[in-house]
Design a protein around this ligand. Structure first.
Ligand SMILES: NC(=O)c1ccc[n+]([C@@H]2O[C@H](COP(=O)([O-])OP(=O)(O)OC[C@H]3O[C@@H](n4cnc5c(N)ncnc54)[C@H](OP(=O)(O)O)[C@@H]3O)[C@@H](O)[C@H]2O)c1
Length: 205
């Protein structure tokens, strides 16, 4: 699959490595075309494209900070008909949720990109786990939420390709539940000192 990742930080970097290993064609849509990070991506064999060209890929992944989300989506141009994966968490400077209960970052993206098929995923675990999901004893789970069945099945497969147990989390509105779950992960990692090498999994009887 052709995937354009917007943002090459912790999350974008990890997802790109994992998907390339799984055989996908990954490019990065960045606002800067020069610098150490860009050189490294190119040396690693990734294409680097302008923000306005991200929409040429089949799937566009948003891996940018919440405060820049609106500007970023606007700079991507018309994304109607495209699958957009929202991996962001709406955190303010105090690392608290900036919205919730009645709205979510996922639904915000859907309003910013009319006609696009928005999928919420890859937000409930730390970036380091995203390219290393295969290394857990029990498969970590990855909830995937969307109102569009085809886009959801594309992203469920992308989560499986990374080594997650991909689960259908229901409609995009479920992002209202998944985003607080990310904050719970962050709280466990830092305040409760679990460290970064843990993830949530489903267990059944
Ligand atoms: N870190 C985690 O473990 C984790 C896990 C799950 C979800 N998330 C969520 O995923 C998102 C990304 O987190 P991260 O840790 O990967 O952040 P990060 O390491 O700071 O990387 C952010 C990326 O976004 C780019 N960016 C920032 N503002 C931009 C703009 N206005 N236009 C274009 N690109 C812009 C940055 O580009 P420049 O280099 O040009 O600044 C950078 O490549 C956040 O919403 C976060 O809440 C994070």
């Amino acid at each position: 699959m052709q995937i354009a990742i917007v943002g090459a930080g912790n999350v974008g970097g990890a997802l790109g490595k994992g998907w390339r290993k799984a055989g996908h064609q990954v490019s990065y849509a960045l606002r800067e075309f020069t610098g150490k990070n860009v050189d490294e991506l190119r040396r690693g064999g990734f294409d680097v494209v302008a923000m306005k060209d991200a929409g040429k890929a089949e799937v566009i992944v948003l891996a940018v900070p919440w405060p820049s989300l609106s500007d970023v989506v606007k700079s991507l141009g018309n994304l109607a008909g495209k699958t957009i994966v929202d991996a962001t968490n709406p955190l303010n400077a105090e690392m608290e949720l900036a919205l919730g209960f009645t709205d979510s970052a996922g639904e915000t993206v859907a309003r910013l990109a009319p006609g696009a098929q928005v999928v919420k995923a890859f937000n409930v675990t730390g970036a380091e786990n995203m390219a290393k999901a295969h290394s857990f004893k029990v498969k970590p789970f990855m909830p995937v939420a969307s109102d569009d069945a085809r886009a959801k099945s594309q992203v469920l497969k992308l989560a499986e390709d990374l080594g997650f147990e991909a689960i259908d989390a229901g409609p995009l509105k479920a992002a209202r539940l998944m985003e607080p779950m990310a904050l719970f992960w962050i709280n466990q990692a830092y305040a409760q000192k679990q460290g970064l090498e843990f993830a949530f999994a489903l267990t059944r009887r």
